[in-house]
Design a protein around this ligand. Structure first.
Ligand SMILES: Nc1ccn([C@H]2C[C@H](O)[C@@H](COP(=O)(O)OP(=O)(O)OP(=O)(O)O)O2)c(=O)n1
Length: 124
């Protein structure tokens, strides 16, 4: 990556201490509007985009065998690539949720509660 592009990314990220799904969602909508890409962001297209990016994520792990937690033997560039693909999955998932009128943060919190009811922790 060229130096000035890397510098711009680092400057943008340095401002962020914490990020919410709502903030990411707002940025993604702005990004699509600025490029007149709302026309492409239909539920079906976004679902296919999620699946495509999950495939790209899987490719990173393909043929490597089991991988130790924390990825201790990976090159920094491989970790960067992993971060990119994880982000693509997250970003398209947020966009898909938005376009379907689902509040993903709220749905995920509710789902954690449902999971806890379904799988109660053992009493100590
Ligand atoms: N119609 C589109 C196209 C792209 N994106 C955004 C969301 C993703 O975060 C990223 C995906 O871009 P690419 O399709 O270029 O995919 P990659 O970044 O994975 O590139 P490549 O497939 O070349 O590795 O861009 C978007 O919001 N809407």
């Amino acid at each position: 990556m060229e130096g000035d592009k890397q510098e711009a990314i680092e400057k943008e990220v340095a401002k962020v201490t914490d990020v919410s799904l709502k903030e990411l969602s707002r940025k993604l909508e702005e990004f699509a509007l600025e490029r007149d890409w709302m026309q492409f962001h239909s539920p079906r297209n976004l679902l296919l985009a999620v699946v495509g990016e999950v495939g790209e994520l899987a490719e990173i792990f393909m043929w490597r065998g089991e991988v130790a937690k924390g990825l201790p033997n990976w090159e920094e560039s491989d970790k960067e690539h992993l971060g990119d693909e994880l982000s693509d999955v997250l970003l398209y998932l947020i966009r898909l949720s938005d376009i379907c009128g689902v509040d993903l943060g709220e749905a995920a919190l509710k789902k954690i509660v449902k999971n806890a009811i379904k799988y109660p922790a053992k009493a100590t």
